[in-house]
Design a protein around this ligand. Structure first.
Ligand SMILES: [Zn+2]
Length: 45
């Protein structure tokens, strides 16, 4: 049980860290944050 919780927490933290890293790099739309290639040119800096 403890191991399962630890692995789950680690997975969530890793996922969030990766998401923040991608956003920091500007690889994803800063407005939507959903797609890498936002169809809306106004969202691109
Ligand atoms: Zn966008």
């Amino acid at each position: 049980m403890v191991t399962t919780v630890a692995v789950g927490a680690a997975s969530v933290l890793g996922f969030l860290a990766g998401l923040l890293t991608l956003k920091a790099k500007g690889a994803w739309c800063a407005v939507c944050g959903v797609t890498k290639e936002c169809p809306d040119p106004a969202h691109r800096a």
